[in-house]
Design a protein around this ligand. Sequence first.
Ligand SMILES: N[C@@H](CCC(=O)N[C@@H](CS)C(=O)NCC(=O)O)C(=O)O
Length: 241
Amino acid sequence: MARDNSIRLFDLVLDSGCTISPFVWRIKYALRHKGFDLDLVPNGFTGIKELTGGRSDRLPVIVDDGEWVIDSWKIAEYLDAKYPGRPMLYEGEGSKVLTKFVDRWLWRTAIGVWIRCYILDYHDLSMPRDHAYVRESRERILGGRLEEMQFGREQRLPKVPPALEPLRGLLKETKWLGGDRPNYADYCVLSQFLWCGSVAKIPPLHDDDPLKEYIDRGFDLYGGLGRHPGMHTLFGLPKAS
Ligand SMILES: N[C@@H](CCC(=O)N[C@@H](CS)C(=O)NCC(=O)O)C(=O)O
């Protein structure tokens, strides 16, 4: 049982202290959903292996009363399996499958485009000690110079809002993807907007986007968990004239 009702979470943060990783963001929400306090250990991109005693080079990682759990999907399942008496993140196996579908769809639709629109901001906002690693790894993975990838984003950003229509339409019919209360699918979706807000020096969504209500409500959950001062506004993308 979690000691003092808190679970240790190794966080992945920018220089501002704001979480960047969408996988960490969703676990922050998941822990609060289960009623736990967060015992956060803030880190940048480098030194994760040393920090986790060689267990992982990726975050999130949690330690629950001495038990280490690695990988956001495994952590969510662990929390439900270990604490079934607390609010569930998933309602059965079908809900896990649908959550993965929603997460993958949004990832491809939004982050798939946004990553190259914000990759230089992502680098610049990371901790100075992480700059060399972030540049080398992201240029290798994404296949280009950060400056060149981000260049011309004003033309690419307007393509994302229309592609979010399936989510927008659904959220006209339901308050949360979990129904009348949020579940892990909501945290996966919100975590992608939180990732974006952590790095977006120019906004990705229009001011009058109906998604704003859902996103704001999500960021306000658990005492404003998503409202870190390092976050940038997501709204204000100019409309094509
Ligand atoms: N499948 C893993 C993915 C975790 C992951 O890729 N985390 C990234 C941050 S978004 C990370 O730790 N990156 C460290 C690095 O880039 O060196 C999960 O769901 O937890």
